[in-house]
Design a binder for this molecule. Sequence first.
Ligand code: ADP
Ligand code: MG
Length: 260
Amino acid sequence: MVNAMLHIENLSVNYGTREALRAISLEINPGEIVALIGPNGAGKSTLIRAASGVLKPRLGRVLCAGEDITRLPNHLRARRLAVVPQARQEGGAFTVAQTVMLGRTAYLGWMGKPGESDERSVANALKMTSLTEFAERRVAELSGGEQQRVLVARALAQATRIMLLDEPTSHLDLQHQAGLLKLIRTLSKDYELAVLMALHDLNLVSLFADRVALLVDGELTHLGTPEEVLTEEIIQRAYHATLSVTRHLETGRPLVVLHV
Ligand code: ADP
Ligand code: MG
């Protein structure tokens, strides 16, 4: 049996007395992309924060390659797992290269001075995200989509085996959405990355996810391949929307078409 890279076990999370996640169990294998879907407020960001170890669960645990994430010190956690948070306006005077170098923090020596391998890693992450020419620009002066790619580059520089992404395509135009998801797929296959990614666009989910996890009101109601989860019955009920599911002309994957 393949050992799961990311193992989420019976996870329950509360905000105060309100239950935001109830008994979520999910395993992600090396080289696998799991898309996290569900209506607004279903708990996708909460699950990503709890899986990353920054939000303490009320019950359950999260194992990264067998290690309990909540028990790891920050610098070791940052070597195991990288997070691309839901995009917000990145402030500050940092340049793109400096921001991506923050992804190397967990590897820097006692003096915190980047070495040659850190510089190489940053240059590589900038290249992969098509940001090389932006290296010396200030992040605060970039567009939302460019900032989103900076966050992905920072996560890449962490060189982890697990990547968690919260709606990484939300500020990107069509070309960059496809570009980013292709990059994530390539990385996932080439480096055997385990990827958990909250995504809004169900048709991108259909094209890029190996499996789909559907959250509704804090519960994982369905988990399976895009063919299994992206059905009219399941999606209509979860999203309270009227829609049809047909087939993508080239790939044969499910294509979700909203009725208006
Ligand atoms: P999603 O990402 O699927 O839209 P979230 O995980 O952000 O959903 O939110 C799930 C639920 O938890 C929502 O009802 C939201 O209002 C609530 N929630 C999210 N963050 C907090 C917080 N920091 N404190 C209290 N409630 C929160
Ligand atoms: Mg969210």
